[in-house]
Design a protein around this ligand. Structure first.
Ligand code: PEP
Length: 251
């Protein structure tokens, strides 16, 4: 089944407002005319407004890197779904491995963020992926299943229609090590099969599953050619206009 490709750039904790502006201008230019795919950018919170304003007439959407489940209150350091919507954000990355590992976010907390985002009509980009030790211990599929079941608990079929999954093997994030196209395809096929068991085949067939982990101009085409890879979540290479432009223009 053909799903509309989705290319996402995650700028993480990089870019001043001026740098974000310059990068957004370049990405806006090279995304012109790309009407057969979706392109999204996740700048730091402080640059969301600037990037959204630079890209307002383009096809590129601005998304957030995190979200709280409450709309306001005593949640120091968190960001409200309503605040994100007011800034023009439509989707949000949830469960990134850096949140899981550095900030100890567990299944329960990630699930709260998922349900919170959906309640306020923000589309989640839900990240899962195994560590190197888990892969070497043949635990990849068990870990992916636990993460999927934990993070998606309580999501309805309608919620799933708004959700994107990102498979990001932790050992490939920011390391320059990419999963081979076969490893990535195998994990994506497993995720899709599990989704068809957890929900229904139609949902599993239409949901987009992105690959993330050192996606670069020289590997994007072969990754995107895999039948269950519907897009890419890109970190490092999304901070370089030339690289990201080549990635979003994958063949
Ligand atoms: C990411 O941050 O989600 C990511 C995949 O990073 P990188 O492309 O740098 O590996």
């Amino acid at each position: 089944m053909k799903r509309r490709p989705l290319l996402a750039g995650n700028w993480k904790m990089h870019t001043t407002v001026a740098e974000a502006h310059a990068l957004a201008v370049e990405i806006g230019k090279c995304s012109e005319g790309l009407d057969d795919r979706d392109v999204i950018l996740a700048p730091p919170f402080t640059s969301i407004h600037e990037v959204a304003s630079v890209l307002k007439d383009s096809c590129v959407e601005v998304v957030a890197q995190n979200v709280c489940w409450e709309e306001q209150g005593a949640f120091t350091g968190e960001i409200s779904p309503l605040m994100l919507k007011e800034a023009g954000v439509t989707s949000v990355i949830i469960g990134h491995s850096e949140r899981r590992q550095i900030f100890s976010e567990d299944h329960e907390l990630i699930n709260k963020r998922m349900l919170g985002a959906l309640k306020y009509d923000l589309k989640p980009i839900f990240c899962i992926g195994e560590t190197l030790a888990e892969r070497e211990g043949s635990k990849t599929f068990t870990v992916l299943e636990e993460q999927l079941k934990g993070g998606l608990a309580g999501l309805s079929l309608r919620d799933m229609q708004k959700t994107v999954i990102a498979y990001e093997p932790v050992w490939a994030i920011g390391t320059g090590k990419t999963a081979t196209k076969e490893q990535a395809q195998e994990a994506h096929a497993f995720i899709r099969k599990l989704l068809s068991e957890m929900y229904e085949k139609d949902i599993a067939d239409t949901i987009r599953i992105l690959y993330g982990g050192s996606v670069k101009p020289d590997n994007v085409d072969e990754l995107m050619a895999q039948s269950d890879i519907d897009g890419a979540l890109v970190g490092g290479a999304a901070l370089d206009a030339e690289s990201f432009c080549r990635i979003i223009n994958f063949i």
